[in-house]
Design a protein around this ligand. Sequence first.
Ligand code: TRP
Length: 454
Amino acid sequence: MAKNDRANFGSKLGVILASAGSAVGLGNIWRFPYETGNHGGAAFILVYLGCVLFLGIPIMIAEFSIGRHSRANTARAYQILAPGTPWRWVGRMGVLAGFLILGYYSVVAGWTLEFICEAATNSFAGKSATEFISSFNGFVANPWRPVLWMIAFMLATHLIIVKGVEKGIERSAKVMMPALFILLIILAICAVSLPGAGAGIEFLLKPDFSKVDGNVLLGAMGQAFFSLSLGMGCLCTYASYFRNDTNLPRTALNVGFIDTMVAILAGFIIFPAAFSVGIEPDAGPSLLFITLPNVFQQAFGSLPWLAVLLSVMFYVLLALAALTSTISLHEVVTAYLHEEFNLSRSKAARLVTLGCTILGIFSSLSLGVGKEYTLFGMTLFDFFDFLTAKIMLPLGGLFIAVFTGWFLDKQIVWEEMSNRGTLKLPLYKAIIFILKFVAPVAIGFIFVNELGII
Ligand code: TRP
């Protein structure tokens, strides 16, 4: 196999950590716990595991195959594999989705920086439950602070992107991902050893199957896509930097495993802690920014230094997880502009950073001074979230499965998955079956249901 002059990840570990870095993010630590809480705990987790294994991993293998075979940004990838067909619009939609996701994800990522500062200056101390709510709401609606933090976060992302694939993305993931695991494990041990944590552990481990309904099923599938970074060519772009000897199915299994472990560990931090201080698990999206600081105070209030240390650690963890994800979103758009419009990489990156910052300013302001300006009855922030997570990602995932299962030459699919026949691939037929039939039907079902058509 000829080596090409395109950028490549330098090592197998780098490939896994960078891809896992994309997958592990606010989706695992912020969204997964509140979805689990809203959907009744252990039973939701079991359904989620099924979705990761039977839908997420096969689609991830498909994205990897498309990306590595074409060795191009996700828009060009479809032009190379299916020249002159409308499939190129799937890639272009992915680039647009990446741009839009970054435009609101960076706002929440910025909040993590504010919370690191608040935790470090011990400003959670002595607040009552209502004060936690009003200070969070006041912060989010402030026209300056969240905007400045969002810009800081975009700049951090930019600095890593301009360093390139191996020196920027890969090297930063090799530092940040292990740091994240260590922080997660320390925090989980602290949380499960709190008095009264048992109820939280039971909530996570004892499934109540009477709670599984269509809604749980759909929530779990949507969460799996978002959390695994699927449906918009993010992992397809990363795979275009994989080496020819990278084992695609095994990498997908590893990434799926790491992503799931982080989500579950996040659950083992948040629920035992919340139950131990008597907070309900279904607090929703505010669980992480209102409930959790309150938990740290109540649980460790008598040892203020420990409360400060653990809460700083937690928000640093969240910021690191978010950063490796914003990098992957940024890279999708940067690679596209760089390769399609003949811009230098740094110029392309500057344009993406500028564009996303502008979008981020609008989405941040839409939670405060711009509340009245709505689109389809949603603030701009909620609209970007809805449009991407609920429409563009399921649609993208559906097209990726159909493209790989039905249109792409099976010789290409087989060569990529088996590294030209050098790997044993006992599950090849099962993966193709899922891509052809199971995934399109299942995703079609979420898509239609989320739009309220049935
Ligand atoms: N998966 C990341 C998380 O869990 C977010 C993310 C990064 C993403 N790249 C993506 C989501 C592509 C959807 C598509 O936070």
